[in-house]
Design a protein. Structure first.
Length: 197
């Protein structure tokens, strides 16, 4: 029989663990470590958001900040999240935010289906959430989902050489900026050595 945790018990338990765990409907799931590319992409996006949000009430957080989705009885560690809500700045929100308007997930082979499926489904229960951005690691591909005026989620993809508008934070994001120092650049052609003689 599995032990089921309520939110308070999970938070107390998680504070004592050396690794991170997500909590969904009473169950706890260990998180795997991230590859270099994953961390670099998340860091690039976090830095772009930090610069863009300077002087505003909005704050960007990277992977160690918890997100409590109360309507789903779940806690996640998004790769990046942005909140502008005053309720996420009080002492009660020091360990977990609840009102993001932007969430970013860097996809990996082992988590892509879950991130784009069940996790996205639960994220959509956040009332203030306006955009969710999924970023591929192995190629330059961004998939931004934005909630429209009717509450439906629309896809805005962007690939190499393009710029993606994050309406939730007013940022024009170049795809190349997200992948800076991540994907190997094509090596320049080396001319053959001159023929002897």
């Amino acid at each position: 029989m599995r032990i089921r945790f309520d939110f308070a018990a999970y938070m107390d338990w998680e504070a004592q663990q050396p690794e991170r765990h997500e909590w969904v409907d009473g169950e706890i799931f260990a998180m795997t470590g991230a590859r270099d590319a994953h961390n670099q992409i998340a860091g690039n996006l976090y830095m772009a958001l930090r610069v863009a949000l300077r002087g505003t009430p909005c704050r960007a957080f990277i992977s160690d900040m918890k997100l409590h989705v109360e309507a789903a009885d779940a806690v996640f560690y998004p790769d990046v999240l942005v909140t502008c809500d005053a309720r996420d700045r009080g002492p009660e929100a020091d360990l977990a935010k609840r009102h993001p308007l932007l969430i970013v997930e860097v996809l990996s082979d082992s988590t892509a289906a879950y991130d784009r499926g069940r996790k996205f489904e639960l994220y959509r229960r956040l009332q203030e959430l306006q955009e969710v951005l999924f970023i591929a690691q192995d190629r330059m591909q961004l998939d931004l989902f934005r909630r429209n005026g009717q509450g439906r989620w629309e896809l805005y993809p962007a690939a190499e050489g393009e710029v993606l508008r994050l309406e939730s934070v007013g940022l024009d994001l170049a795809v190349a900026q997200v992948y800076q120092d991540v994907l190997p650049e094509e090596a320049p052609a080396v001319p053959p050595p001159p023929a002897p003689g």
